[in-house]
Design a protein around this ligand. Structure first.
Ligand code: FES
Length: 105
């Protein structure tokens, strides 16, 4: 599953993510800057915040209450904000682009 991360400066990095993993894992495994994931994927730190390409949002699963509450602490929350540790990698996400926030990491 090919995912492209674009950092705040506009640099794009494409990674290969394993189905069954999470978007946060894929970022960490590939050394993507801007995804810190301090809590290790427990929906408790908000340092894995990303902006998801609008067209792909319907395929990223529902946002949980914890995630919703935590995103209020994330920098620059937007309608397409998600915690990347709460997004499961599925084949439908192939070709998705996500952007990392300016102040993270
Ligand atoms: Fe901490 Fe996602 S890794 S909330």
């Amino acid at each position: 599953v090919a995912i492209t991360f674009i950092d705040h400066a506009g640099t794009a990095r494409q990674v290969e993510a394993e189905p069954g993993s999470t978007l946060m894992r894929a970022a960490r495994d590939n050394g993507i800057p801007g995804v810190v994931a301090e809590c290790g994927g427990m929906a408790a730190c908000a340092t894995c915040h990303v902006f998801v390409e609008a067209a792909c949002l319907p395929f990223t699963g529902d946002m949980g209450e914890d995630e919703d509450a935590l995103l209020d602490f994330a920098d620059d929350r937007a309608p397409n904000s998600r915690l990347s540790c709460q997004i499961a990698i599925t084949p439908e996400l192939d070709g998705m682009t996500v952007t990392t926030p300016e102040h993270q990491g």
